[in-house]
Write a protein that binds this ligand. Structure first.
Ligand code: HEM
Length: 499
């Protein structure tokens, strides 16, 4: 019999079919068996998975999530290279994962390269005892240094006053204010952490904010380096940029800690850093300088863009709906007047402001999808298996914009949070979760609510917000950046009310 050469073997269809059959059989036999099926989702390509869905730039993620939900239901699976992503959508599904099954879903993955490399200290990506202890300390410190206290109320009022001076200096001319909003909310966090604030033109502050913004921008879960780690060594990799911003932020935070250490007095704790320094060296293994550094960076990161973005959305909606703006101002003038700052205790007499703030958070859905959670073992959930170590995202947008719950989710209507007598009502509590729910819900939610109430109250008390003369109303289009939705950048005119 004639011997076949290698090329003949490669092109002979019988051999190719046999080879495919062998590979398939090995894959099938080694394939993991689950007691319940895996969730449905678009068919992944070999090696790259559903990268085509992740990489789409023509359609923002929150819209794609709705399309996937319509086609596959409330639990959808996608793949990016070897990583499995599970998206949980809708009220019942997310409620179950954050309540009855919170103990299974309260973990964060430690398999994502960008996270392992840069964000492995602190609260957001820690698990178990470290996460519980850091959450407890941080919440304790936030309470100690102000949340719901007069001292922090005063601090936010002062910062709102400074923000108003900046707006006044624009003389009603068109301006873009996102950076100023970021500075204002970041200063509140700086106050809790370091006990002081930055001037808005301080170059160190500007650099800090730019580092935070860049970390948000480049630290993408979709970064191909996460799934093909060798890519980070290639020229042009975003890893290099991330590294630079991360190191800048790290060295800034370390300098602050050293300055505190030099003047530390355990009998007179001035702020969050002092509180942590007091615990450092105690038996507790989580109070390390690395964790302190991680938590500080996270509080700036997690608290700045989210809150400033919500303020940008709120002003955009005031410009779009001038009647809402008038009603809000009328309520503020009736309850607060023009002579003093709005206070937290005014809240109970201001149903319209409360309804407005809720509706801004619902409509904007600023964190449209949570950072990834995970399960530590294969987990049965709603008739499916959620595989161990998959990245599980709760798509909050699908709750905040659920037509079955809200009726007309795409309309901005603060009145939905009021009853016929005009009183504020808690509504759809299981669906209204802009800060998520369960064991990993936002630890800054009380601070954020405090800031939104006092900043908005003051801004609407002092200014009328309008689109620039002759310009169209700014777009309500929602842009998506990683996990957050933000308003398309727009210019506004802030016209001071004459006293
Ligand atoms: C309007 C403003 C804000 C919104 C909409 C928001 C929303 C969220 C959401 C949805 C999560 C994810 C929860 C999950 O994974 O299930 C989160 C986590 C977190 N937020 Fe916020 N947040 C805001 C402001 C803040 C502020 C002001 C701070 C602190 C200064 C903060 C600190 C954190 C931290 C540390 C986490 C991680 C918690 C953990 O993993 O254990 N957030 N936030």
């Amino acid at each position: 019999m004639r011997m076949m050469d290698k090329t003949e073997i490669l092109i002979n269809p019988r051999y190719v079919i046999a080879l495919v059959a062998i590979v398939f059989t090995i894959w099938y036999m080694r394939r993991k068996r689950y007691s319940k099926p895996l969730p449905p989702g678009p068919t992944p390509w070999p090696l790259i998975g559903n990268i085509q869905q992740f990489a789409r730039t023509d359609i923002p993620f929150h819209k794609m999530a709705i399309m996937l939900q319509e086609k596959y239901g409330n639990i959808v699976k996608l793949h990016a290279g070897p990583a499995t992503f599970i998206f949980l959508m809708g009220k019942e599904t997310v409620h179950k994962a954050t309540h009855e099954m919170n103990d299974k879903f309260k973990y964060r993955p430690n398999t994502i390269v960008v996270i392992k490399h840069f964000f492995n200290k602190g609260i957001v990506f820690s698990n178990g005892e470290v996460n519980s202890a850091l959450r407890k300390y941080t919440l304790g410190a936030m309470r100690e240094f102000g949340v719901y206290k007069r001292s922090l109320e005063k601090r936010i009022q002062e910062e709102a006053g400074i923000l108003c001076q900046v707006l006044e200096s624009k003389n009603g001319q068109p301006c873009y204010l996102m950076d100023n909003f970021k500075m204002a909310v970041s200063n509140i966090i700086a106050g809790i952490i370091y006990g002081n604030r930055f001037e808005y033109d301080d170059p160190v502050f500007k650099r800090l904010l730019s580092d935070i913004e860049s970390l948000f921008k480049y630290a993408s879960l979709n970064l191909p380096e996460n799934y093909l780690p060798f890519l980070r060594f290639l020229p042009g990799s975003k890893f290099k940029k991330l590294e630079k911003h991360f190191k800048d932020l790290e060295s800034y935070v370390r300098t602050q800690i050293e300055e505190h250490r030099a003047t530390f007095d355990p009998e007179n704790l001035r702020d969050f850093v002092d509180m942590f320094l007091k615990m450092e060296g105690s038996e507790d293994p989580v109070t390390t300088e690395d964790n302190l550094h991680g938590v500080i960076a996270e509080l700036f990161n997690a608290g700045t863009d989210t809150t400033a973005n919500t303020i940008m959305w709120g002003i955009l909606l005031l410009i779009t709906y001038p009647d809402t703006q008038k009603k809000l101002r009328a309520e503020i003038l009736k309850v607060v007047g023009t002579e003093r700052y709005i206070r937290l205790e005014d809240k109970r007499n201001m149903p319209y402001l409360r309804a407005f703030l809720n509706e801004v958070q619902r409509f904007a859905a600023v964190v449209s999808q949570t950072p990834p959670h995970t399960v530590l073992e294969d987990t049965e959930f709603e008739g499916y298996t959620i595989p161990k170590n998959s990245n599980v995202g709760f798509v909050l947008f699908t709750l905040l914009h659920d037509a079955d719950v809200w009726g007309d989710p795409d309309n901005f209507r603060p009145e939905r949070f009021l009853n016929e007598a005009g009183e504020y009502v808690e509504l759809n509590k299981d669906s209204f979760i802009p800060f998520s729910a369960g064991g990993r819900s936002c630890i800054g939610k009380h601070l954020a609510r405090m800031e939104l109430l006092l900043f908005f109250g003051t801004l609407v008390q002092k200014f009328e917000f309008k689109a620039p003369p002759g310009a169209d109303l700014p777009s309500l289009e929602r842009l998506q950046s990683e996990l957050t939705c933000y308003a398309k950048p727009y210019e506004m005119c802030a016209i001071p009310f004459s006293q």
